[in-house]
Design a protein around this ligand. Structure first.
Ligand code: NAD
Ligand code: UFG
Length: 337
């Protein structure tokens, strides 16, 4: 029986871990990636981890309609997981048109092609950023969204609105919006992980590069927030848990029509200082840091209410901060990045 799932951005950080979990669950990911933010070698590593050869990889742009036609004709996917897109908040402020083009056009091209081929099961990578500044955590799926502060976040909000309109117009679609909190860590094999170009923007990859000696010190963006130790609080989730959340969503909701929205987080907030402390413990390295001013657009605290995914998908995050920092450190030390 065909168990093909089209995975756009499937060689990227979250997509690659999700491909591993899909294969482990008996699916065949059809990977479509233009290699704009990943390395082709990830394809071979996914196959090595899963000991499964012949996982299809197509190099190309999701906006290319002819290519999508070829893929849908050849592989007849049951569902689509859409990870491809541009994701750096700071860059989105500098290059808004690139972000609107890449994030919106990829999504619209896919949805229209799916309509043409009568494939109506869609899982979308959204972000906790859609909750914006107006909500107090724990963040719940039915809270008002949209008070986002940057073009990247607005693309996620706009795509969620497009998907809601599609659901209103065409009731036979199964649309699942997954709002990720802060994905970190790496596959336990240390063969795939987060591999950002240049200086990382996000906390965990930045700490990793300080721990490995590539960067000299961590800058903590503010210790005057209204939190226990004054540093920002986030809901860090191990990328393997996040990946398993996609398989749960596919299996529980993929054949059920409707629009479903789930937070994928642990439900627990951790401060920058707590993450730093854990990284020092697992790596055994002292990580130099300085406190600087707040970063524009940062919130004091953001963490999920994780109840809905647990109740409806039967999924919850299993790994703790020790697992996250350990797997991040093992990935950095492995030299595979
Ligand atoms: P990533 O950059 O590692 O992966 C995205 C992949 O998509 C890359 O491999 C890139 O080469 C590919 N890609 C980009 N544009 C493409 C296009 N037009 N055609 C084909 N391939 C294209 O990012 P990630 O961290 O794995 O994020 C995956 C998704 O999850 C993104 O949509 C992102 O916005 C979302 N998300 C990420 C985070 C996070 O913290 N990492 C948080 C919330 C949401
Ligand atoms: N931080 C530092 N120093 C750094 C980097 C981050 O102190 O060098 C702090 C931030 O101020 C924040 C926390 O560490 O308090 C986490 O910051 P990240 O940049 O790792 O993550 P964010 O929560 O700011 O943003 C991330 C993604 C967004 C996504 C959001 C919600 O970058 O794309 O999570 O999913 F929208």
């Amino acid at each position: 029986m065909n168990k093909n799932i089209l995975v756009t951005g499937g060689l990227g950080y979250i997509g690659s871990h999700t491909c591993v979990e899909l294969i482990s669950a008996g699916y065949t990911p059809i990977i479509l990636d233009d290699l704009s933010n990943c390395k082709e070698s990830v394809h071979a590593r996914i196959q090595t981890i899963t000991q499964k050869n012949n996982i299809p990889f197509v190099r190309g742009d999701v906006c290319n309609r002819n290519l999508l036609d070829n893929i849908f004709s050849e592989y007849k996917p049951l569902a689509v997981m859409h990870f491809a897109g541009s994701k750096a908040v700071g860059e989105s402020i500098q290059k808004p048109l690139l972000y609107y083009r890449n994030n919106l056009e990829t999504t619209l091209s896919l949805l229209e092609t799916m309509q043409n081929y009568n494939v109506k099961s869609f899982i979308f990578s959204s972000s906790a950023t859609v909750y914006g500044e107006d909500n107090t955590p724990p963040l719940v799926e039915d809270m008002k969204t949209g008070s986002v502060t940057n073009p990247y976040g607005r693309t996620k909000y706009m795509i969620e609105e497009i998907l809601k309109d599609l659901h209103i117009a065409e009731k036979d679609w199964s649309i699942t919006i997954l709002r990720y909190f802060n994905p970190v860590g790496a596959d336990a094999s240390a063969m795939i992980g987060e591999d950002p170009n240049g200086v990382p923007n996000n906390l965990m990859p930045y700490i990793a590069k300080v721990a490995s000696g590539e960067l000299s010190e961590l800058k903590i963006f503010g210790n005057d927030y209204n939190t226990a130790d004054g540093t920002g609080i986030r809901d860090y989730i191990h990328v393997t848990d996040l990946a398993k959340g996609h398989v749960a969503a596919l299996e529980k909701k993929g054949e059920e029509s409707g629009l479903h929205i789930y937070n994928l987080g642990t439900g627990n907030g951790l401060s920058v200082m707590e993450v730093l402390k854990s990284y020092q413990e697992t790596s055994g390295v002292t990580i130099p840091y300085i406190i600087t001013g707040r970063r524009d657009g940062d919130l004091a605290a953001s963490y999920a209410c994780a109840d809905k995914a647990r109740q409806e998908l039967g999924w919850s995050a299993k790994k703790n901060i020790h697992d996250m920092t350990l797997d991040s450190w093992n990935w950095i030390k492995s030299g595979n990045s």
